[in-house]
Ligand binder design. Structure first.
Ligand SMILES: *Cc1c(COP(=O)(O)O)cnc(C)c1O
Length: 486
């Protein structure tokens, strides 16, 4: 039987397991659980039924044509709030493709992989510095997996103290992954109805000795900084709980404030958001996790450590929660993130955050009075409007669809749930004032159309290849296979 390695290399099973024999020095290959059974004969096909026969040139033209129908951050403004769709410098791609970095097999012995190990080590250190945490693991492959890692670390910490707490507090502004994560980690979710910025009283009302942790997002998904965060962390700690921070919005804070300094215990990063890696369509991503010193023994096995001028994987730790990934995480994303951090440097990262905040406030100032602004105060990296008071029976979905006719990817809509008909705009630092002005002009024109000719919005999009789709059915019953005659 053959196994496809994460680098795409086909490994021979026997070879792999010979190399992973315990006792082999300097080699920390994870244990793979490969089923011994052979595949049933009826599943082994020579060819796929009904596939069309096409020439190479037909196939190349088909896919090249399809690729021009795609909309990405390289083709236009992409203000998808909460997703931080910033421009990804092409130098990151060049770095990630360097053969010495791209072609290292994850099972290469550390003494032959010093370059990539040094990069991973230095990225761990850089992320710890940006966030104010003592230690960082690079292993999780997404923000959501970072959340799970962090919550399992918190769980392990409680269990090591013989504590059997069962609840996790989560404000209702949180990303849907937060309650999903807490549930996966075995906790009951207690939602906190928040009025924008979380208050000490709101947390206090739910805090008891059965609460394992509070999960907050800072700045939160309303684009507002949690100004009471220090007092809230103090309160949770006094009652024996931990504070988890969803760090997806770090693009607003770099070089300005550090979650580790606010009293937060654990935070995940979304390298594919803050550290400029292409994303969308489900990945790949990377969700490193930073923790305080007291939680570091529970981090996943095995981080990279420095030994003089050499780098190696940490020896197994007895308290570790184990592994989240078979190997070491999405290393290509780490290379991109490292290239980005090194290109910008500390002052550049700070400038990026400042410009991201400035751009969001520019959009807020230009559209205030045109669209309803539920939170009338300065925002951080993103700003939330709503469809309240929009004339002509027009709603958020109509505005989003009409934006497609104007050549824009729509913003995030109907999230966060606490704002009815939310329109969540995150311009990011990489857009110029000209681009923001054109986008705001389009938004203002659409508000005018809603008043004068609302049917334009109800019919939209009219200039796209497909019109309004049945998105619910597409999500519930996706067609995942090629069909000869659909
Ligand atoms: C994107 C996001 C996540 C989840 O991150 P993934 O990398 O998509 O798993 C979690 N919380 C917030 C606020 C986010 O914006």
């Amino acid at each position: 039987m053959t196994i496809l390695g994460t680098s795409g290399l086909v490994l021979n099973e026997k070879l792999l397991f010979e190399h992973s024999k315990p006792g082999r020095k300097g080699y920390s290959l994870p244990k793979l659980d490969v089923p011994a059974a052979k595949l049933p004969a009826e599943l082994c096909r020579e060819e796929i039924n009904g596939f069309p026969e096409l020439s190479e040139v037909d196939v190349v033209r088909h896919f090249t044509r399809l690729s021009t129908w795609n909309y990405g951050v390289d083709s236009g403004f992409y203000p998808l709030g909460s997703c931080t769709m910033k421009y990804n410098p092409k130098v990151n791609e060049a770095a990630a493709r360097l053969p010495g970095l791209a072609n290292v097999h994850p099972a290469t012995p550390p003494h032959l992989a010093q370059g990539i190990l040094e990069l991973m080590y230095r990225l761990q250190v850089a992320l710890a510095e940006v966030s104010g945490f003592a230690k960082v693991t690079l292993q999780p492959a997404a923000g959501a997996q970072g959340e799970l890692t962090g919550m399992l670390v918190i769980r392990a910490w409680h269990e090591a103290r013989g504590s059997k707490r069962s609840k996790v507090l989560i404000p209702d502004t949180a990303h849907g992954t937060n309650p999903a994560t807490a549930t996966l980690a075995g906790y009951d979710v207690v939602p906190i109805a928040s009025q924008g910025v979380l208050t000490l009283e709101e947390v206090e009302a739910h805090m008891d000795d059965d609460v394992a942790a509070l999960m907050v997002t800072n700045p939160n998904t309303l684009g507002l900084f949690e100004t009471n965060i220090e007092a809230i962390c103090k309160l949770v700690h006094e009652r024996g709980g931990m504070v988890y921070c969803d760090g997806a919005n770090l693009n607003a804070l770099m070089g300005i404030a550090r979650p580790g300094d606010m009293g937060i215990d654990v935070m995940h990063f979304n390298l594919h958001k803050t550290f400029s890696t292409p994303h969308g369509g489900g990945g790949p991503g990377a969700g490193p996790v930073g923790v305080t010193e007291q939680l570091s023994p529970y981090l996943p096995a095995a981080g990279v450590e420095r030994d003089g001028d050499r780098y190696r994987f940490e020896p197994e730790k007895t308290d570790s929660i184990g592994r989240l990934m078979t190997f070491h995480g999405n290393v290509g994303i780490m290379v991109r993130a490292f290239a980005y951090a090194r290109t910008l440097g500390g002052s550049g990262l700070k400038h990026a955050s400042q410009m991201a905040v400035l751009n969001a406030n520019y959009v807020r100032a230009r559209l205030e009075g045109v669209y309803d602004l539920p939170y009338k105060r300065r925002s951080l990296h993103e700003v939330i409007f709503s469809d309240k008071d929009l004339p002509g029976g027009c709603h958020t979905l109509d505005v989003a669809k009409r934006l497609i006719d104007y050549g824009y990817h729509p913003p995030t809509i109907y999230f966060p749930l606490v704002v009815k008909g939310a329109i969540m705009i995150e311009p990011t630092e990489t857009e110029s004032q000209d681009v923001l002005d054109e986008f705001c002009d389009a938004m203002i024109a659409i508000a005018g159309e809603a008043r004068d000719n609302p049917d334009l919005l109800h019919q939209a999009p009219v200039r796209s290849r497909v019109r309004r789709l049945d998105e619910t059915t597409a999500a519930r019953k996706p067609k995942l296979r090629w069909e000869a005659n659909p």
